[in-house]
Design a protein around this ligand. Structure first.
Ligand code: T3D
Length: 267
């Protein structure tokens, strides 16, 4: 087994299967700038490595990923600065999500626990999702006055259909693993203690299949869906700039960080 060292990722490769573990459990593996940069580097490398024929993406601790690391916004927002969110999106998720969705090999999300916001997008960008029975999903974006991003506007309706995608996005209610399976948000659920083995066994099966045919199948199926993921993510970035300048967004982020209920005013 080969291991690669990162600050907020644990990556190993064992018999053609790479496992990428998001590793900031104290923040439920929220996607910090460091983690996003490391994912870009690791997934880029694994995508090109012909010895790697399947990838498992999972999280350390009780979370898969709680979405964007909101603590990164605390300092600028408290100082009254309102950076353009599209700059972060185009530099981060808009490169990361296509790297996963369009990887030339199968990618499995082993959803080990809590998932929120862009963490849901990360899971949806994988080809197959296996969830622990303890996992729970929440779109979360609206709770901080934002629109779904990281490809969620494209990926979610394709997974669950438009009416359910709208309900999940607008209400942002927590969905447990059983309901996630009913909705088609995940392909299967397993008891938490079995998740690592299930994901590894499935990845190994996929790694023994014709990798080029798998890559081409992914390309063909994604291409059959227009507009493309990339076009949808460009629109997300533009619209997120609008949402990111609202008072409700500021209130949502500060309320989360200050552990209080937000008071939205519609402004
Ligand atoms: O910035 C941009 O570029 C814009 C893009 C945005 C994309 C997005 O993803 S927007 C959505 C961002 N995510 C959220 O809004 C989710 C925030 N988290 C939560 O709502 C809850 O944590 C969960 C529902 C996910 C889980 O709740 P619970 O009760 O199981 O855990 P907790 O106690 O809230 O969280 C545990 C710790 O993780 C806690 O830290 P502490 O108090 O123990 O020191 C909490 O602050 C931290 N944490 C959870 N989520 C985030 C986070 N820290 C930073 N960012 C987070 N997203």
């Amino acid at each position: 087994m080969t291991e690669f060292t990162y600050e907020q990722l644990i990556v190993d490769v064992d018999r053609a299967v790479a496992t990428v573990r998001l590793n900031n459990p104290a923040r439920l593996n929220a996607l910090s700038p460091v983690m996003t940069r490391e994912l870009l580097e690791a997934l880029g490398r694994l995508g090109e490595d012909s010895e790697v024929r399947a990838i498992v993406l999972t999280g350390e601790g009780r979370g898969f990923s709680a979405g964007a690391d909101l603590s990164a916004l605390q300092e600028p927002y408290l100082k009254g600065e309102r950076p353009k969110l599209s700059v972060f999106l185009r530099d981060g998720y808009n490169r990361l999500i296509p790297l996963l969705a369009e990887a030339p090999k199968p990618v499995i999300a082993a959803v080990n626990g809590v998932v929120a916001g862009a963490g849901v997008s990360l899971a949806l960008a994988c080809d197959i999702r296996i969830a622990s029975e303890e996992a729970s999903f929440s779109m979360a974006f609206v709770r901080i006055g934002l629109i779904p991003d990281a490809g969620a506007t494209w990926l979610l309706p394709r997974a669950v259909g438009l009416p359910r995608a709208l309900e999940l996005a607008l209400l942002s209610e927590k969905v447990d693993a059983r309901r996630a399976l009913e909705l088609g948000l995940v392909n299967r659920t397993v008891p938490g203690e079995l998740l690592p083995d299930e994901a590894r066994d499935l990845a190994r099966r996929l790694a023994e299949l014709p990798t080029t045919a798998i890559a081409l199948t992914k390309r063909a199926m994604r291409a059959a869906n227009q507009p493309s993921l990339a076009e949808a993510m460009e629109l997300e970035a533009d619209l997120q700039d609008e949402a990111g300048q609202t008072h409700d967004h500021l209130e949502g982020v500060l309320a989360f960080l200050q552990k209080r209920q937000p008071e939205f005013t519609g402004r």
